[in-house]
Write a new protein. Structure first.
Length: 268
DNA sequence: AACGGAACCTGAAAGC
DNA sequence: TGCTTTCAGGTTCCGT
């Protein structure tokens, strides 16, 4: 689930729930999620702190406190959900933050079955946060900069788009969808793209992210990963289905260990 | 420097 | 039906 649109959705939720609040409960149930931050350090650093805001860069979240930060990465299966303060721990709950504001308490629970996510307290920005490339939503992507950086690569364009130091927040789905919008074959050498083609990829990334965001933050608040929810993407996970553009069957391949779906007729 | 592959985890779905 | 295999939207480490 979590690529840039899902993380942005989580950011908005956390900001809505916790901004301005004082943390009255801060528990790390599963120490492995701390990635070096112990359960003890987690509670000590967060209890009594005020949440000034919740920010996002790429797939990372940064809760800005009156003293220090809490960094949250959702990994592959992480999500923040709201619960009642007296609710028991939910299934797969790995951490909990309760915030009190004007006499009302909101309990935010961090769920993560596979535990690839992380929750770390820090006084300064994490190296992983600092290493992120431009965020498509609030920095924008400079075409000439992208062209120059792609020219230094030897591999294919699709795996290159997953490099978080190139563009922050693009994951396997967004990269797959963006290349379909841009009509670029995912197997093309990154350095072979013309300026015009790079511009099309950049537009494709923005278009795909905004499209996903509008679907996920729509009035029905549907989550893509919920069982029964139908795949909202144009080509991702649609191997052998007809191309939405030309109706020829889509192909599924594996690049750098990640699956890619594309139309060999429309994408050149 | 930058690439592909394995490792880190668990659950759902598909295969037999 | 029940057991086994495959796959999953991310990052990091390691060897090349």
């Amino acid at each position: 689930m979590p690529e840039l649109p899902e993380v942005e959705h989580a950011r908005r939720s956390l900001e809505h729930w916790l901004r301005g609040a004082t943390l009255t409960v801060a528990v790390l149930h599963e120490h492995r999620i701390g990635r070096g931050t112990t359960a003890r350090a987690f509670g000590r650093a967060l209890l009594g702190r005020h949440v000034l805001g919740v920010e996002r860069r790429g797939k990372w979240l940064r809760l800005v406190l009156d003293e220090g930060f809490l960094f949250s990465h959702l990994g592959m299966t992480g999500k923040w959900v709201r619960a009642a303060p007296d609710d028991e721990p939910l299934r797969f709950e790995r951490a909990r933050l309760d915030g009190k504001l004007r006499g009302r308490t909101i309990s935010a629970r961090y769920l993560d079955p596979r535990m690839f996510g992380s929750l770390r307290v820090a006084k300064e920005d994490l190296p992983a946060w600092r290493a992120l490339g431009p965020d498509p939503l609030h920095d924008g992507i400079d075409v000439d900069d992208m062209l120059a950086r792609l020219a230094r690569r030897s591999g294919a364009i699709k795996p290159a788009l997953l490099d978080q130091s190139l563009i922050a927040g693009v994951g396997n789905i967004q990269a797959t969808e963006a290349l379909f919008f841009a009509r670029i074959d995912p197997r093309r050498a990154a350095r072979s793209l013309s300026r015009k083609e790079v511009a099309a990829v950049v537009r494709g990334i923005l278009r795909s992210i905004k499209r996903t965001l509008s679907i996920e933050s729509g009035p029905s608040i549907t989550y893509v990963e919920e069982p029964g929810a139908k795949n909202p993407f144009l080509v991702y996970d649609r191997g052998d289905e007809p191309c939405p553009r030309c109706r020829r069957p889509l192909h599924k391949i594996v690049q750098a260990g990640r699956s890619t779906t594309f139309c060999s007729h429309c994408q050149r």
